[in-house]
Design a protein around this ligand. Sequence first.
Ligand code: GDP
Length: 311
Amino acid sequence: MSAKRVVALAGGVGGAKLVYGLAQVLPAGQLTIIGNVADDFTLYGLHISPDLDTVMYTLAGIANPETGWGIAGDSWQMLEMLVRYGEEGWFRLGDRDVATHVLRTHWLAQGVPLTEVTARLTRALGVPHRLLPVTDDPLATMVDTVEYGILPFQEYFVRRRWQPVARRVWFEGAETARMTAEVAQALAEADLVVICPSNPVLSIAPILAVGGVRQALQGRAGRCVAVSPFIGGQAVKGPAAKLMPELGLDISVNGLWNFYAGLVDGLVIDVADTPQSVGEHKAILMTYTLMKTDDDKVRLAKEILDWMETL
Ligand code: GDP
């Protein structure tokens, strides 16, 4: 396994857990993470990249273990001051976390592309693996809801705590956004691609929607597998099991196969889920996919990489 180049497609908290495991198993230079940027947004003029930061903080060993996002031991004085000024403060910005957004915004304003900004930040935090935004172009998840009409992603996800009923999800900018040259090269050179147990609609679909990504994945000879974010038909966290049925998407094992049809050679599912409706010819690894401890993450990453060798 040691000579393989692995690419992981990841969203935020769920994706970062498996990415952490992969990062412990693979030597530096053999793991590239392609991250979602469709939940990026601007708040008080700051460019915030929640998914990239979650992966970055996780790999740097500074992520908040309770939430999965944000920085461990961060304080909230800036947020408290904003609230004192009468702001709602619905998006939780920790004091140290803000430094990331200030610097990112500063460099972007100087014309530095997000890919280079992310490389500078990860390097400074001592992350030995490459974290690539899927695109340097604008991309924004939008959710049309029954209760509030069209909401920008963070208004739906954080402000409204994903409670509104979704009618449609789309990615503004996807028609023109292109994958970066770095992403194209990483995909072309990858021996193995792992789609992390991220939200298929909100974290992985926007990566796949970027120009060139789907074709690059389909044009590869190496293996690609997806890890299910569902355990016993439920999401471990977040809106996947609520949102997908609202959009008419099936969250069974068969439904996940269909969602990733034409892209994956295999699925990793939890022992609590039944693959009976999926044909015999499909490759399925049934294992324990709940990642509570760091050992769980490393064990699952190893199991997946070993299994991919046998496909
Ligand atoms: P977000 O962008 O922060 O919402 O994070 P992701 O999209 O990367 O991950 C959200 C998904 O991760 C949810 O659908 C969860 O069900 C899934 N998830 C979280 N923790 C685990 C876990 O330990 N095991 C598995 N299999 N899925 C998980």
